[in-house]
Design a protein around this ligand. Structure first.
Ligand code: DP6
Length: 357
């Protein structure tokens, strides 16, 4: 006897970064609101299958083909337990189990053991928000399995946040904002879609994988250290992030690439500056990342306007946004400068792109 569900969720790339948890409130409660773009699910995504059965004595998790000890102290074990517990509590309260279920009641279904099998279509923990896609897919899958939906008093996005903060932004497409929340318990700290994926169909992103190795400082640990030691982080959370989100929303509404691009690059730089202001400092960018930054600025200078914009999450991989018409040129310039050591001067770039003389 078993029930089964499957789901997928794309990854997202933050354009106003979430960095810092509210230690007093616990969990993944952010100290600032953030915003991200959800990538096309056909590209970078997590895929999750869940099987629930009374014959499964305990929960099981397989991540990218490897069995994870769900009862242990590992990060994923604890996060999975949190998300599952919330979904099960919600399921147990329902009047009926989903129509396709073999369980006689929701309460019974919530007690069955589950096997969770999840995989990413891209490098895990290399700063490409794999945990965002992973926990969004998990919550979506559990929502199918348990028949649990969004209601005014229950939010799938807030449940995904319990797994990984950035995951709460991966349940919608387009430009998504995660409000830090204002209720005392921050139960309203969840994501909302600002513009769907059809709003700016011309927007593209080029990803430069500067390293597929796992990052040295996981986000959670990095944030804790920044909150404890960086005065710049307090300034960022209190004075920079909120107004920037409003500006970015406006630029996005107008499809103003120059403004959107500048805000995105500035926010990435401000986040990595915070990492450097952390003590001991955290370095997520490597030499290839720095070449990508220099390349984008040289590319824009050669075009006399912002046609490409980089951003880096907690890792060295560059995500470069551009509009369709600039994508081939930006890609050629980035590939040549990051990996083939091409000259970054205007002359060097002119050979690679249609930059004006
Ligand atoms: C730099 O969401 O991975 O990508 O909540 O501890 O799981 P946890 O952190 P995580 O942090 C993402 C940090 C970031 C910025 C962002 O995505 O907004």
């Amino acid at each position: 006897v078993f029930d089964m569900a499957s789901a997928l969720a794309p990854t997202n790339i933050a354009v106003v970064k979430y960095w810092g948890k509210d230690a007093a409130r616990g969990g993944n409660t952010p100290i600032n609101s953030s915003a991200s773009l959800t990538l096309d699910p056909n590209d970078l995504r997590a895929e999750t299958v869940m099987v629930a059965s009374p014959e499964l004595r305990s929960d099981e998790l397989y991540l990218n083909g490897r069995k994870v000890d769900v009862k242990g102290d590992g990060t994923h074990a604890k996060r999975l337990r949190r998300c599952l517990a919330t979904m099960r509590r919600r399921c147990a309260k329902a009047k009926h189990p989903p129509r396709s279920s073999r369980a006689t009641s929701s309460e019974e279904l919530s007690r069955w053991g589950v096997r969770v099998v999840s995989r990413n279509t891209f490098p895990t923990a290399a700063g490409l928000a794999s945990s965002a896609a992973g926990y969004a897919a998990l919550v979506r899958c559990a929502s199918e399995l348990y028949g649990v939906r969004d209601t005014p008093s229950f939010s799938l996005s807030a449940t995904a946040r319990e797994g990984s903060g950035s995951a709460c932004r991966s349940l919608d497409g387009g430009l998504v904002a995660w409000r830090k929340g204002c209720r005392a318990d921050r139960a309203d700290s969840k994501a909302e879609q600002l513009f769907d994926e059809r709003h700016w169909p011309d927007l593209r992103c080029v990803i430069i994988v500067a390293s597929a190795a796992e990052k040295e400082t996981p986000s959670t640990e990095g944030m804790q250290r920044s909150v404890a030691t960086s005065p710049f982080l307090t300034h960022r959370a209190e004075a920079v992030a909120e107004p920037r989100l409003l500006d970015l929303q406006k630029a996005f509404r107008q499809r103003n690439f120059e403004r959107f691009g500048e805000l995105t690059m500035r926010d990435s730089n401000s986040f990595h500056a915070t990492c450097l202001d952390t003590f001991p400092p955290i370095f997520y960018l490597n030499e290839v990342s720095k070449r990508a930054i220099t390349c984008v600025h040289a590319f824009n200078a050669a075009q006399k306007r912002t046609r490409a914009a980089y951003t880096f999450d907690a890792g060295p991989n560059a995500v470069v946004f551009c509009e369709n018409e600039a994508a081939a040129d930006a890609f050629a310039a980035l590939a040549a400068t990051c990996f083939l050591g091409a000259d970054l001067s205007r002359r060097g770039l002119r050979g690679l792109t249609n930059a004006p003389e």
